[in-house]
Design a protein around this ligand. Structure first.
Ligand code: ADP
Ligand code: MG
Length: 210
């Protein structure tokens, strides 16, 4: 399998505190990779460095053969890296569909009818189609999580990084989100899953990194 993402010896410090030290990993195109570790072990920091929310201090990050570690977050999004946030921050007073219009406009420069029809397609993939016109403030926890994944999918990513998308969900809801991630992977999207729910990680991942 061709390597899609190659993280080589990256480090990241906050002041005098070292969150990441010499972290390396490689992810193949199409892979389902689990990433586990206790709270505070640096998982989100690693994702922030890969997605461009933070710049790593040392080491390199290559995506689809290109060095990306000095590219801005929106450039990395355009190259095909998307991530969901551990703590969803939806626009509460906007509908689900309107929430999705934001990344469409931002990433793809798509708006209007075309963005709406693509957004509805993604909502259907997420089994959220019936909530398109519901205000985000009215959503349940699992629906919010699905909207967060939908938002990441608006960028049509090659790599989707899911940062604890199942935190706080009940058993059946975990299975629902798992199924969605499996379906996205079947469409060819490479997925890194960060999760504390061990059964979900073990079911989903072809390989787990600790
Ligand atoms: P995880 O996602 O594995 O729980 P994090 O990557 O969120 O871990 O955090 C790793 C460590 O880095 C923690 O000790 C956290 O407090 C620290 N940290 C993360 N982000 C920042 C930041 N922006 N500024 C200062 N410290 C941070
Ligand atoms: Mg985290």
């Amino acid at each position: 399998m061709e390597t899609l993402l190659e993280v080589d010896a990256i480090s990241k410090s906050f002041g005098g505190f070292t969150a990441l030290s010499g972290v390396s990993l490689a992810v193949s195109a199409g892979e389902r990779l689990g990433l586990i570790g206790p709270n505070g072990s640096g998982k989100t920091t690693l994702i922030n460095c890969i997605s461009g929310a933070l710049f790593n201090d040392a080491g390199s990050i290559r995506f689809a053969g290109k060095e990306i570690s000095r590219k801005k977050a929106h450039e990395r999004t355009r190259l095909g890296i998307a991530r969901s946030f551990q703590i969803p921050r939806p626009f509460h007073s906007m509908t689900v569909l309107e929430n999705l219009m934001v990344p469409f406009a931002y990433v793809g420069g798509i708006s209007g009818a075309r963005a709406q029809s693509e957004a509805r397609e993604i909502l259907a993939q997420m089994r959220l189609a019936d909530k398109a016109d519901t205000k985000a403030s009215q959503l349940s926890q699992v629906e919010l999580r699905k909207m967060e994944l939908a938002r990441a999918m608006a960028a049509r990513p090659k790599l989707l990084i899911s940062d604890e998308a199942m935190a706080g969900l009940a058993g059946a809801e975990v299975d629902e989100v798992l199924k969605i991630l499996f379906d996205l992977n079947k469409l060819g999207i490479t997925i890194i899953m960060i999760e504390h729910i061990m059964q979900a990680v073990m079911t989903f991942s072809q390989r787990v990194i600790c």
